[in-house]
Structures are given as C-alpha cells and as structure tokens.
Design a protein around this ligand. Structure first.
Ligand code: GDP
Length: 191
C-alpha cells in the first residue's frame, strides 16, 4: 500500500454498499483527489480521498459486504482495508454509515468489534433518516445507543451516533462538530 505521508489528519468513512456513504461524502466533503493505491498483480485498488471543510481528509473505504467479488479478492481487500484502519498513523477516527432502517448489521458489528478496541473513536451516521417519521427516528437512535452501551459501555469506548440525511441535509453540523473534536480534542491542550 502506498500512502502519502503528509501528516494531514484523516477520517475514514465506511459502510455497507447502498447505506448512503457516497451521499454522506457529498454532503460533508468538497472535492476529491485520488490517493492510496494498492497494487497486486493484475489489479489496482484505490482509496479515494476527499477534503473536508476542516482541512482534514476523508478516506472513502470501499463498501464492505460486497457479495459480487470473488472470495479470494474479498479476503485480500479486507486485509487492505484492515491494514489501513489498523496502521494509518494519521487516522483520527472512523465514520460508520448505516441505513437508519437497518442499523448494526452483523458486518457493522464485526467491524466495530475489531476496530473499537484499538482505541480510535467511531461516529455512526444513521443515514436516510428522512425515510422515517420523527418518532421512529428517535426510537432507532435510542435503540442503537442502548446496543452500543450494552456492547462497549464499560470499556471506555469512544462511540457516538447521530441521525443523518444527505437529502434533507440533516445532521451535517453535528457530524462536523464530532470530527472537529477528534481533530483538536479539548483535553490535548494541556489543561
Ligand atoms: P452508497 O452505496 O453507500 O455510497 O450509497 P449512496 O450514497 O449511493 O446511496 C444509496 C441510495 O440511497 C441512493 O439511491 C441514494 O439516493 C439514497 N440516499 C442516500 N442518502 C439518502 C438520504 O439521506 N435520504 C434518502 N431519502 N435517500 C438517500
């Protein structure tokens, strides 16, 4: 994996395909540039980078749960992404995109179980919230909160969750505030 080492902080964004990740990127980021390249014989893979308004980079991790790619490729690809998430020094946190109507799938839980113990923060965007009524949105948010609390509550995990809609532009400021906190946490000021 060839990674530029500019030292600019990065936020990764991941999610099952069709969860609304591209739409969330469009709502949060400005323009794109191609960056990370992984070369295997006969194949080149990319992680696309976008620039956030804060100046940090948003690294678009390709969708997981893809049934279409051959198993061997899937294993390789997972390894590529896993290495990025485990080793990338610039990585300040992970945005995990879930369709508000199908939150915390098995794959999401697997990723969380693997990533959370590494100590980096995760912020979950429950996307397409406009597809639910206000009450159902609140109920889903509560349920996801409770599940995360049950799974990670006692372990000091840094996990947060919010409702999001790219279409209605709901939750953009909230997501940006969380990212801003990752980039300059109050407790790193020496106070
Ligand atoms: P990705 O595969 O995760 O990148 O998902 P996309 O961003 O391409 O979105 C998948 C589908 O959901 C598309 O048809 C989008 O138009 C739709 N979608 C994405 N975000 C929203 C949203 O906030 N509200 C609604 N109603 N539809 C959305």
């Amino acid at each position: 994996m060839q990674l530029p080492t500019g030292g600019t902080p990065e936020i990764a964004i991941a999610g099952r395909s069709n969860a609304g990740k591209s739409s969330a990127i469009n709502a949060l980021a400005q323009h794109t540039r191609l960056a990370y390249v992984s070369k295997t014989p006969g194949r080149t893979q990319h992680i696309n980078l976008f620039r956030l308004r804060s100046g940090a980079l948003l690294a678009d991790l390709p969708g997981y749960g893809y049934a279409k790619v051959p198993a061997a490729m899937r294993a390789y690809w997972q390894q590529f992404i896993a290495r990025y998430l485990a080793e990338r020094v610039e990585l300040a946190g992970l945005l995990l995109v879930m369709d508000v109507r199908h939150p915390l799938t098995d794959l999401d839980l697997k990723l969380l179980d693997w990533f959370v113990p590494r100590g980096r923060p995760v912020h979950i965007l429950l996307t397409k919230c406009d597809k639910l009524g206000t009450q159902a949105q609140a109920q889903t948010l509560d349920k996801v909160h409770a599940s995360l609390e049950g799974a990670y509550g006692n372990r000091g995990a840094k996990i947060s969750v919010q409702l999001f809609s790219a279409t209605r532009r709901v939750g953009i400021a909230e997501a940006e505030a969380t990212i801003a906190q990752w980039l300059s946490p109050a407790d790193s000021s020496g106070a």
